[in-house]
Ligand binder design. Structure first.
Ligand code: SF4
Length: 931
């Protein structure tokens, strides 16, 4: 069994900003005995914990892999620069979160590629993990390094560093990869890659050789195996084959999406022409609504989260959205669990549901018109019409929202100055429609053309032009008093280069990484000059990658088949030129994009038996909005897929998939055409418009008020220990950790009333991050009488490792707060944690000097700055407590207290930078005697 590094990391963690990122002790984390499994698989995400841990795809694969008894899947995320520096300084490897095993000791490293600006982090993780950067330099004992995710649909800039790439859905494919690795004899790495190339959806970059012309364009992408000229993506036909993860990892530190998530649908056929996910994840596949309700209710019981998000690319378009929301809200709202839809077309929702959403999203609503004029919205196939936006804004204001964010892009194909100014004009008209009751913000990013979309040939704005259009917007929005948020032009520029980049960019990436590029997606970390220098060093030019591509040019990703055919993309581009919308094939006819083979792969959309056509998807929602999702014995409320019902009815035969030919003639409409600048109108009420009129009937007075919280009838004071990894759970997070544990334990926690009901949990004063403690307290108010020992026992079963209830007692609900009665804290400080602990004689001398002193100045750091205070009056006791150990009692009064580290640091002359290494343990809390 290879060596692990838990102890070494524990020594480093007090020195970094957020140690909770690296603990791996969350509930739901799977720690298998690595000696008993046959395959160790590291799921790697090249971003910081808070983003990586929010990603549902990673949780799904973690669950799928760990269900196999022969596989252990562990997580590895990008270390923040402070930890990277510490690892390099101490010559320590990057390890997995669960077992602290170096990445080099895994059999497979699987990276999730969600964003091009994480590529430098990917190299950092390989390098710190002890793995040769270049795939060609790896030997039989090195891990197999693979990647998947949306960016994997053009992995060429990363090709030199990846052994393989999984295209498409991972649930089934990842198991096939494990099987191939387990069958391998561990000798010839090329033999392993050949076996993996047989796995559907698996691309081995080394088996394709690009050839470039002197001008940099690709002359040919030659397959080394001529029988495999293209690699097609993997499609999971039936999402319900894999239930959503039932016991996901529950983070102890605040993450970006701090809630439960259930994927209700994959793929989207709305056809927004800029959206890569909308093309590469076709066809549309919905989960059975009944199973969504059942698995969501179960998930909430297991996680204790106070919010669940129903995820997809456009959840408002999910066939069962209204009935599922109704059912879930009926079940969950009484338990104060909110249901949210992160991506929603408001026109697909009923008034009742919008009201329910308002209860969750109290702070604001976001709409994404994407373009400022109707002409440009037609070019990009974005369905919003101005009347709908204005009506939505009015309704949001009526329902009590106070802020509205509008998302736009600049630099979309055919954009003119009129379109840019149109963003400001539209924002102002939407604000006016709400009668000034909504604070409107225009949030504007720069369009970056993505592979496998109809706009993959389009040009991208360069830095200068982006900034010029941002300036124009700043002026125009400012004149209209609309707030303006803009995306950093440098980030869009780099994203554009790598999104449509070729294999030559691998050298640029490695050079920029070696010169210090990290976290390039974070404005404050992005160092564009490093990238520009690296491009120049390798004779490449960003303009080459951002330019408009001729339609006949071989694109770096054309040997990868994302399902949607080149012919369809060209046809759709032609429709964009004309400003013509492509129908939604889940409502209307198939437009032959190529994603379905109609034998096994097809749109899977559930609707109530009896619903016809688009009844359930926007045209006649009111009929279905109040429907229940639970099937009855008569079966008349059952859900079925349209495709399956039709197939049964027709006894359908599979239709052959049209061949994808590279020499497809270009549509005549594209020959020599420029994108139009005149508005192109479409007929009103076209299919897929949704039913804005229906929800516009909602008025605030007709909506159900928030039910009052049952009153608290009992207060239990719980004493608990905070030890081991839990000492790195911060003050802000501890409340959520307890609340979620209490929900899982089914304890009847009381809530405050009002607009923002808060759980009635009240903690003793926070101890600094990294301190452990035997004596912490929390007061828990309950709505149903419960024996205190039951509270302690049930919480003990649900709290994460290191939070340990000790005892619990009833206290009167009128009792003073815990803080009010505290007189002092007793600490033990472990000096052995220092790199060079002070000699015992030196400690004895310092203690003697302290005992004789009348005052003892220490530095006190505060929000308003640092100042010297006299610590002497606070120190009730200070004594030697054994080898390298001091015990001190510090008084707490109206003027506060002092930190044990500050006292011990000053006592022993420990440099400020080393004080954080001291291991401090709170032994006891001293309470004032009752009056
Ligand atoms: S092949 Fe037809 S039905 Fe399937 S996703 Fe494409 S357009 Fe829709």
């Amino acid at each position: 069994m290879p060596r692990t590094y838990r102890r070494e990391y524990e020594r480093l963690l007090p020195l970094v900003e957020k140690p909770g990122r690296y603990l791996g002790n969350e509930r739901g984390a799977v720690r298998k005995d690595l000696g008993t499994v046959r395959l160790r698989f590291a799921l790697a995400f090249p971003e910081v914990y808070e983003i990586a841990q929010s990603h549902l795809g990673l949780q799904i694969l973690y669950d799928v892999l760990n269900r196999r008894p022969d596989v252990a899947a562990e997580r590895a995320y990008a270390p923040w620069p402070d930890l990277e520096a510490a690892l390099r300084q101490h010559h320590l490897p990057l390890v997995s979160l669960e077992s602290h095993l170096p990445l080099a000791d895994f059999h497979v490293i699987g990276f999730s590629l969600q964003y091009e600006l994480t590529y430098s982090n990917l190299l950092a993780m390989l390098d710190l993990g002890g793995i040769p950067l270049r795939a060609a330099a790896r030997g039989p004992r090195d891990p197999l390094v693979i990647a998947g995710g949306p960016c994997a649909f053009n992995p060429e800039p990363l090709a030199p560093f990846l052994d393989g790439v999984l295209l498409g859905d991972g649930e089934e494919a990842v198991g096939d990869v494990c099987d191939a690795v387990l069958r391998w004899d561990g000798r010839d790495r090329t033999a392993l890659l050949r076996a993996l190339a047989d796995v559907p959806g698996f691309y081995v970059p080394a088996f394709f050789a690009p050839e470039h012309r002197p001008d940099g364009t690709i002359a040919a992408m030659t397959p080394l195996d001529p029988t495999r000229p293209r690699v097609a993506k993997r499609t999971l036909v039936d999402l319900d084959r894999f239930a959503p993860p039932a016991s996901p990892v529950l983070p102890n530190v605040g993450v970006v999406h701090d809630r439960a998530s259930v994927e209700v649908m994959r793929g989207c056929v709305k056809g927004c022409r800029f959206c890569q996910a909308g093309y590469v994840y076709r066809p549309l596949r919905e989960r059975n609504p009944e199973r969504v309700v059942a698995s969501t209710a179960d998930l909430m019981r297991r996680t204790g989260y106070e919010e669940v998000s129903l995820l997809s690319l456009s959840t408002g378009d999910y066939s069962g959205v209204n009935p599922v929301l109704k059912e879930l809200m009926d079940r969950l709202v009484p338990e104060r669990v909110a249901v949210s839809l992160p991506s929603t077309r408001v026109d697909a929702l009923s008034p009742r549901i919008l009201e329910q959403i308002r209860r969750v999203r109290k702070t604001g609503f976001t709409l994404a018109p994407e373009a400022g004029t109707q002409r440009l919205r037609d070019v990009i196939q974005k369905e919003y019409r101005e009347e709908e936006l204005c009506a939505a804004a009015r309704l949001f204001a009526d329902l009590g929202w106070r802020t509205l964010k509008l998302y736009f892009m600049i630099g979309l194909p055919s954009e003119t100055e009129e379109d840019v100014v149109g963003i400001a004009e539209l924002s102002a008209r939407v604000a006016a429609a709400a009668g000034g009751r909504l604070a409107v913000t225009a949030s504007v990013s720069t369009f970056s053309p993505k592979p496998h979309t109809p706009f993959q040939w389009a040009g991208q704005l360069d830095l200068e032009e982006t900034r010029a259009r941002q300036s124009l917007l700043r002026r125009e929005l400012g004149r209209r008093r609309i707030a303006f948020r803009w995306h950093d032009a440098r980030l869009s520029y780099l994203e554009g280069v790598f999104a449509r980049g070729d294999r030559r960019l691998g050298d640029v990436l490695e050079t920029a990484y070696r010169h210090g590029a990290r976290f390039d997606g974070w404005s404050e970390h992005c160092r564009l000059e490093l990238w520009q220098e690296a491009m120049a060093e390798h004779g490449l030019d960003a303009g080459f990658y951002l330019r408009r591509r001729p339609l006949a040019e071989v694109l770096p990703w054309e040997h990868l088949d994302a399902g949607v055919s080149r012919k369809f993309l060209l046809q759709d581009l032609a429709r964009a030129v004309e400003g013509i919308l492509t129908p939604d094939c889940s409502i209307e006819r198939c437009t032959y994009c190529g994603a379905c083979d109609f034998a096994t792969v097809r749109n899977v959309d559930y609707h109530p038996a009896g619903a016809k056509g688009a009844d359930h998807r926007g045209a006649e929602i009111s009929r279905w909005a109040e429907m229940a999702v639970s099937a009855t014995e008569s079966g008349d409320l059952a859900w079925e897929t349209k495709a399956w019902r039709d197939a049964r009815a027709r006894g359908a035969r599979p239709r052959p998939r049209p061949p994808v030919a590279r020499d497809t003639p270009l549509p005549a409409s594209l020959a020599g055409r420029a994108l139009p600048e005149r508005p192109v109108r479409r007929a009103p009420n076209a299919a897929g418009d949704g039913n804005a009129e229906e929800w516009l009937g909602a008025v605030r007075s007709a909506l159900t008020p928030e039910p009052p919280s049952p009153p608290a009838v009992q207060r239990v004071r719980l004493r608990y220990r905070k030890v081991g990894p839990a000492r790195f759970i911060g003050t802000r997070e501890i409340g959520n950790v307890f609340l979620r544990a209490a929900r899982r334990a089914r304890l009847p926690i009381a809530f405050s009333n009002g607009h923002h009901p808060m759980p009635r949990l009240s903690f003793s004063p926070a101890i600094p991050l990294g301190f452990s403690s035997d004596d912490e307290y929390v007061d828990v108010d309950l709505t149903v009488p419960t024996p205190p020992e039951t509270v302690a026992t049930r919480l003990a079963a649900e709290l994460p490792e290191g939070l340990e209830p000790v005892d619990a007692v009833d206290v009167p609900r009128t009792a003073p707060s815990i803080d009010a009665g505290i007189a002092a804290f007793v600490y033990e400080v472990d000096l052995a944690a220092l790199d060079v602990p002070p000699a015992p004689a030196l400690v004895s001398a310092a203690l003697a000097r302290f005992a004789a002193s009348r005052s003892f100045p220490v530095l006190k750091r505060g929000k308003s700055g640092d100042r010297m205070v006299d610590a002497r009056p606070f120190v009730r006791a200070l004594a030697d407590a054994g080898p390298h150990r001091l015990r001190l009692e510090l008084a707490v009064g109206p003027e506060g207290t002092v930190k044990p580290g500050a006292v011990v640091g000053a006592l022993l002359d420990i440099p400020a930078a080393d004080v954080a290494q001291l291991r401090v343990h709170k032994v006891a809390t001293r309470f004032r005697a009752a009056a």
